[in-house]
Design a protein around this ligand. Structure first.
Ligand SMILES: C=C(C[SeH])C(=O)N1CCC[C@H]1C(=O)O
Ligand SMILES: [Zn+2]
Length: 576
């Protein structure tokens, strides 16, 4: 709900001190008292029989109080458990592999950089294990407390558990089935990508390190959580030297700064007739890691609900990966701007996945060879023949396809924990069971229930629901395809205009269509917002499959040629 972003939270997130933690807690208790009063007013009305759809929707959305339903002592414990985990995560440090005396490596930027760039099997294993030990390994008891209190709050709101409370956002009785159906559509393609990447990793690290028919060791994918594999594109690119969308070297050569990255992103939005950011955005945001302070570096966008104060906090590095994240965060800001005049209760995304999809939909246009040439980050002579296309689609697939099983298990694991089918005795075993079954990856070191590896990921430490990103990675291709058709940049019957080359930069019609949907906020059920952009009223993986079709054909043929088995033998993890 809009009023959740407030100054005390911002202060703690941008300057982690005991005093700021105390003030944040104090502020959240004040907010809880207000919410409880408002909730008592709302629920004193017999609103279910109301006939005015808009009034009824407002009462429906406001009639769920959330964790503030807890008595103050329990709410305090609930907040303290989450704040403690977020603080552990955001301040955790490890010692360097190469220089064991250097024990000041932070996740952002040192550890992330190492996981992305190192090709040393043992160094990657060291960094991976140390991070999991210093982050998740220090949180288990906080998480156990959080689960108990969060479920208590959910039940006070008439939900069976926290998972059910989270799913109300999607307003669908078949949501879990719909997600499973989308995963079944995407899974065959994921298995092909997994097989190909495993073959390439085996070629680099050797059969003993990356066995043919086994899950891939989790520390070799260029990312701490193996959620996006784009950073190992150099190891897996099909046609080396042909072309690469990683324009980081050119960004550095041209002296790009985080400020320039944000200004370029804003210009992409305004080129489509979308809204510019107000002065408060530039004066209030933190777009580089602060020196001499501990801060939450995980990127976030903030709406202070006064119609003019909107901010981003991001420890931006000058590279292509962060250039995409900048667009992701600016997509949140654009949504805030578009719905800022709606009643507070409607200042949300149509559902949480919509909010995550806005920036990514535009980033798909920004990253095209066509657009990168347009803004001078790619040489005009860069080829766009079939081999270049396969290189481009594979690099994109390393981020967009690899992500699905990770996003799915982030909440499958929590749904299972919240509904009680997994107890704390099996937290870690169940995590690795899902990681192996869905992602086909395995821990590089032996794990036990001394460890708490889920806590090594921000969204579990900070209690941020995650299936929103799974939804986003499906619908962003529906939005992208529809905006491309509107902009006359894609015609399914014209092979000279493939979907993946579409760039709707400066197209006002596409901007108007997207802006109109964003301005709806959460005032209408999300299928109506979906229809406003795509004409469809459901999530549909076909746009995604259409985008990657040339690559899927190529991967199937390549894996056959390599004699690479598709899939893996599961290690038969038996949790208690
Ligand atoms: C960039 C953000 C802030 Se909303 C983020 O958390 N994302 C964006 C993609 C997936 C997820 C992650 O980093 O795990
Ligand atoms: Zn986001």
């Amino acid at each position: 709900m809009c009023y959740k972003s407030n100054i005390a939270e911002w202060q703690f997130a941008s300057d982690i001190t005991d005093e700021n933690e105390r003030l944040k807690l104090e502020q959240s208790l004040v907010a809880a008292r207000f919410e409880k009063e408002a909730w008592k007013n709302i629920t004193s009305f017999n609103w279910q029989p109301f006939t005015d759809p808009d009034l009824k929707r407002k009462f429906k959305l406001l009639s769920v109080l959330g964790p503030s339903a807890l008595p103050e002592d329990k709410l305090t414990q609930y907040r303290k458990s989450i704040d403690a985990m977020e603080k552990i995560y955001s301040t955790a440090k490890i010692c360097s592999f190469a220089n064991p005396g250097d024990c000041g490596m932070n996740l952002d930027p040192e550890i992330t950089e190492k996981m992305s760039k190192s090709r040393n099997f043992d160094e990657l294993k060291h960094v991976w294990q140390q991070w999991h030990e210093q982050s998740g390994g220090k949180m288990r008891h906080h998480y156990e407390k959080f689960v108990q209190l969060s479920n208590e709050a959910a039940q006070m709101n008439n939900f069976s558990d926290t998972g059910a409370y989270w799913l109300r956002n999607y307003e669908s009785d078949t949501f879990k089935e719909d997600i499973e159906g989308l995963w079944q559509t995407i899974k065959p393609f994921y298995l092909q990508l997994h097989a190909y990447v495993r073959a390439k990793l085996r070629a680099h690290y050797g059969e003993d390190k990356v066995p043919k028919d086994q899950p891939i060791p989790a520390h070799l994918l260029g990312n701490m959580w193996a959620q996006s594999w784009g950073n190992i594109d150099d190891l897996v690119t099909p046609y080396p030297g042909k072309s690469s969308i990683d324009v980081t070297p050119e960004m550095l050569k041209q002296g790009y700064t985080p400020k320039k990255m944000f200004e370029m992103s804003e210009e992409f939005f305004t080129s489509m007739g979308l809204l510019p950011t107000p002065p408060e955005f530039w004066s209030g945001s933190i777009i580089e890691k602060l020196v001499g302070k501990e801060m939450v570096c995980h990127a976030s966008a903030w709406d202070f609900c006064n119609g003019k104060d909107f901010r981003i906090k991001q420890c931006t590095k000058v590279n292509m990966e962060d250039f995409i994240v900048v667009h992701h965060e600016m997509g949140h800001i654009q949504y805030f701007l578009q719905y800022k005049n709606l009643p507070l209760v409607y200042r949300e995304g149509a559902n949480s996945g919509f909010h995550e999809a806005v920036g990514d939909s535009l980033a798909l246009s920004v990253q095209t060879t066509k657009h990168l040439k347009e803004i001078g980050l790619l040489d005009k002579s860069t080829p766009t023949d079939h081999e270049a296309t396969i290189n481009y689609l594979l690099a994109t697939a390393l981020d967009k396809i690899a992500f699905f099983p990770f996003a799915y298990i982030m909440d499958k694991w929590r749904w299972d924990v919240f509904d009680g089918s997994v107890t704390s005795a099996d937290y870690n075993c169940h995590w690795w069971k899902l990681r192996e079954e869905y992602q086909g990856i395995r821990s590089p070191v032996t794990r036990s229930e001394v460890d708490f590896d889920p806590g090594a990921k921000y969204h579990i430490a900070a209690n941020v629901e995650y299936i929103r990103y799974f939804v986003s990675f499906v619908i962003q291709f529906q939005f992208y395809k529809s905006l491309c058709v509107t902009a006359g940049q894609y015609d399914p019957h014209n092979p000279s205009q493939p979907l993946h080359e579409c760039d709707f930069y400066r197209n006002k019609e596409a901007g108007a269509k997207l802006g109109a949907m964003l301005a709806m906020g959460s005032s209408r059920p999300w299928p109506e917002a979906m229809r406003a952009v795509t004409g469809q009223d459901r999530m549909d993986a076909n746009a995604f499959r259409e985008y990657f079709k040339p690559l899927e054909v190529w991967l199937i043929a390549k894996n056959k040629e390599l004699g690479e088995p598709v899939g893996w033998n599961s290690g038969g993890l038996n949790c208690q």
